[in-house]
Design a protein around this ligand. Structure first.
Ligand SMILES: [Mg+2]
Length: 356
């Protein structure tokens, strides 16, 4: 077995042999290739023609394909074209197998996307070296693809909780706000903040804090509908966007979240490193007299939760319009504000309770 290339450690798992499809209608030359490759430590899958090779690649898990030029049903050039069209992201190297004199096929094959060729009869060491060179490029490509996918994921999702991140949250809120404006529909926002996360972190280490955040994220997912948006809003804060939801529905969701989290144990119970936790919530809804932008909606939810926190946490704050009627006098009337944030302890005010 040859020495593994140095960059083999870039891929995991590192010890699996590369899978090579050998397509040739001539049994003698096919077996010669297959035996040499097997002896070099590769896993070989045989195909009798190009059609079979294309089907094998379509099933996935193939690292390299070797195609004879002249085959019944589907020849090497045509199968190469099809395979290259199938695998635009995951790079599957294609090597053509030609007779020495057939320069025209080699040139055509390379032009339509074949990555390399060998001539038959082949020289064993050179053939293996070429295969390994191709696999080296494939591994680098696979590595880059996986890094790019991870970056794409991180640009939308929060790594710890798997929820949408702050950036994507604003994109989604913008969309939902525009939709609500256009259709004059209600839109609710619920900010959820873990009470005293720092205390949990100090007591149980960051592992416990992270377990609480992941657990809260999981609870939030359970408490909302498919159309709702749940995102990580800050260090210990989450935001739930509830499209087409008026105040009563938003309160019902806030209460469900509140109870779900109170009924939960976070962390590792077997290692005696678990805890219970509570959250504070801030609810705001659009349309509302003072809420005409998504920023104002977020500010209102923030005001509501700030008041809930100020009252000691473990409760729900609701941003409400107060229907204020008064006769103006000559004194400045700054104590009358159109909008105030009220808080409630475990239960919201009766007037706001869900009808369900
Ligand atoms: Mg042939």
């Amino acid at each position: 077995m040859p020495e593994r290339p140095l960059d083999h450690r870039l891929t995991d798992p590192p010890s699996l042999p590369a899978v090579i499809v050998v397509a040739d209608d001539d049994r003698v030359s096919r077996d010669a290739l297959a035996t040499t490759l097997k002896n070099a430590g590769f896993k070989v899958v045989i195909a009798g023609d190009g059609q079979e090779a294309v089907e094998l690649v379509g099933r996935g898990g193939v690292d390299l394909v070797m195609l004879d030029i002249l085959m019944p049903r589907l020849g090497g050039i045509e199968s190469c074209r099809i395979i290259k069209g199938m695998t635009n992201e995951s790079f599957v190297p294609v090597m053509l197998v030609t007779v020495k004199t057939d320069t025209a096929s080699r040139v055509e094959g390379l032009k339509i996307g074949a990555d390399d060729y060998i001539t038959k009869p082949f020289e064993e060491r050179e053939m293996i070296a070429r295969v390994e060179a191709m696999l080296r490029i494939k591994r680098l490509n696979d590595h880059l693809v996986s890094v790019r996918k991870k970056l794409e994921r991180l640009s939308v999702y929060d790594e710890l909780t798997g929820l949408y991140n702050y950036r994507h949250l604003h994109t989604r809120l913008q969309e939902e706000f525009k939709r609500a404006e256009r259709y004059h529909g209600p839109l609710a926002c619920v900010v959820v903040d873990v009470d005293n996360l720092r205390g949990h972190n100090e007591r149980g280490g960051q592992a416990l804090g992270d377990a609480i955040l992941r657990g809260v994220a999981d609870s939030l997912r359970r408490c909302v509908r498919e159309v709702d948006v749940v995102a990580r809003y800050g260090g210990e804060e989450f935001l739930v966007i509830l499209p087409s939801t008026p105040i009563a529905g938003a309160m019902a969701v806030a209460e469900r979240i509140f109870r779900e989290i109170r009924g939960r144990v976070f962390g590792d119970t077997s290692a005696n490193a678990s805890t219970r936790a509570t959250v504070s919530l801030g609810v705001a809804t659009y349309p509302s007299q003072d809420i005409n932008t998504k920023e104002a909606l977020l500010r209102a939810a923030d005001t509501a939760i700030t008041n809930a926190k100020r009252e000691g946490g473990n409760r729900i704050g609701v941003f409400q319009q107060r229907n204020t009627m008064y006769t103006p006098d000559t004194e400045p009337s700054s104590r009358y504000t159109d909008a105030t944030a009220r808080t409630s302890s475990d239960r919201p005010p009766a007037s706001l309770r869900s009808k369900s």
